[in-house]
Ligand binder design. Structure first.
Ligand code: ADP
Length: 361
């Protein structure tokens, strides 16, 4: 049973004057076999959380449990957890094979023959059988990462912890390894906690995602849940690329009175924002409709005439930067539109913001 639970976990570094609360009251229940991604900007406490699970940092407050065992005071080597680092952390003077077998030799009673067989088996899984005699210096970054992953897998741990394991790879290899890693994890069924600052990595890999900011858990949910129902402005802005548009203003009756536009809100949103004065309206770029026809927007309160100041063709879609007037240097909105509805740069367009797609914070 490899359910991993964090209960109100807090980590404070230093004391007195120079105290840093790196992680504050974080509770996450990770199911057996789940792939959980911890994501957030640099310094939000991801690595510290992972390092506490690994036993590389003490827990200031709260409890970490694996199955029925409380891990707080269990030594790193007795936790049955394998960690994969961004830097690979391979021994440069040992071959790939020895790098993979070393941990087993140290920590198990397995015979040399069994260890050898196990390393071969995992090397086959990782596609690195031909590289086993090489030392890390004779391997590419991607190959080194495979050896590092292989080293974690041979131990057959209850939990994998991964700290930005793909961030030293180039974009193409990173995308490929993302898929491979995910398939491997599913195949092995090992509970995994994966740290990244990259929301794309989080969205594509995680069964669930824990978004952190400033040491605190902001939201925990499935990728599409975070995308469609972000629980606060931070999550709304962090998840999704390009980022969600935000309009600042206030709510007056059924109307959002913004700095740049007035917008008619849907009934259910109005009900949910009862009593809210200052409000931020959010809409995802891909939810905005850009109509290139030269016609006047209707009076529904959802359509606006804007200037498409910059159009970035991305192949299968365009990123359209929109302003309320020609001379605006800052975007009022950014939209993503699919071909063939090409929009001409500098033209006036009608922009529709569907009311059911709007978030109010
Ligand atoms: P992330 O992995 O999200 O980039 P970290 O967990 O590394 O964030 O850091 C969280 C906060 O804790 C940061 O403010 C960082 O400066 C601080 N921190 C991390 N390790 C230490 C340490 N050993 N001593 C003091 N402060 C630390």
């Amino acid at each position: 049973m490899s359910r991993l639970a964090l209960d109100d976990v807090t980590k404070v570094f230093g004391d007195g004057e120079s105290e840093v609360v790196a992680v504050e009251d974080v509770s996450i229940d990770i199911a057996d076999g789940e792939f959980l991604v911890l994501v957030g900007p640099s310094g939000c406490g991801k690595s510290t959380t992972l390092r506490m699970i690994a036993g590389l940092e003490t827990v200031t407050d709260g409890e970490i449990r694996l199955g029925d065992r409380v891990l707080n005071d269990v030594k790193t080597q007795d936790r049955d957890i394998a960690m994969v680092f961004q830097s690979y952390a391979l021994y440069p003077h040992l071959t790939a094979e020895r790098n993979m077998s070393f941990g087993l030799e140290e920590s198990t009673e397995m015979s040399d023959a069994d260890i050898s067989e196990r390393v071969e088996e995992v090397a086959g899984m990782m596609g690195i059988v031909d590289l086993l005699d090489r030392k890390p210096g004779q391997l590419s970054g991607g190959q080194q990462q495979r050896v590092a992953l292989g080293r974690a897998i041979v131990r057959d741990p209850e939990v994998f912890l991964m700290d930005e394991p793909l961030s030293n790879l180039d974009a193409k290899l990173r995308a490929q390894m993302r898929t491979e890693l995910q398939q491997l994890q599913e195949q092995l069924g090992v509970t995994t906690v994966y740290v990244t600052h990259d929301q794309t990595e989080a969205m594509t890999m995680g069964d669930r995602i824990a978004v952190m900011n400033d040491g605190k858990l902001q939201q925990l949910g499935e990728p599409l849940e975070l995308y469609h129902e972000p629980s606060n402005l931070f999550v709304a802005e962090f998840i999704g690329e390009p980022s969600m548009n935000f309009l600042h203003g206030r709510i007056s009756g059924a109307t959002f009175v913004g700095d740049t536009l007035n917008y008619e809100l849907d009934d259910d949103i109005i009900a949910a924002t009862e009593g809210v004065d200052d409000a931020v309206v959010g809409v995802r770029p891909e939810d905005i409709e850009v109509l290139p026809r030269a016609r006047v927007g209707d009076d529904s309160g959802h359509e606006f005439e804007m200037v498409a100041t910059v159009v970035e063709p991305m192949g299968n879609e365009n990123i359209v930067h929109l302003s309320f007037s020609d001379d605006r240097t800052e975007d009022d909105l950014v939209a993503v539109t699919e071909e063939p509805r090409a929009v001409e740069e500098g033209s006036t367009v009608v922009v529709r913001i569907p009311p059911e797609m709007v978030h109010v914070f």
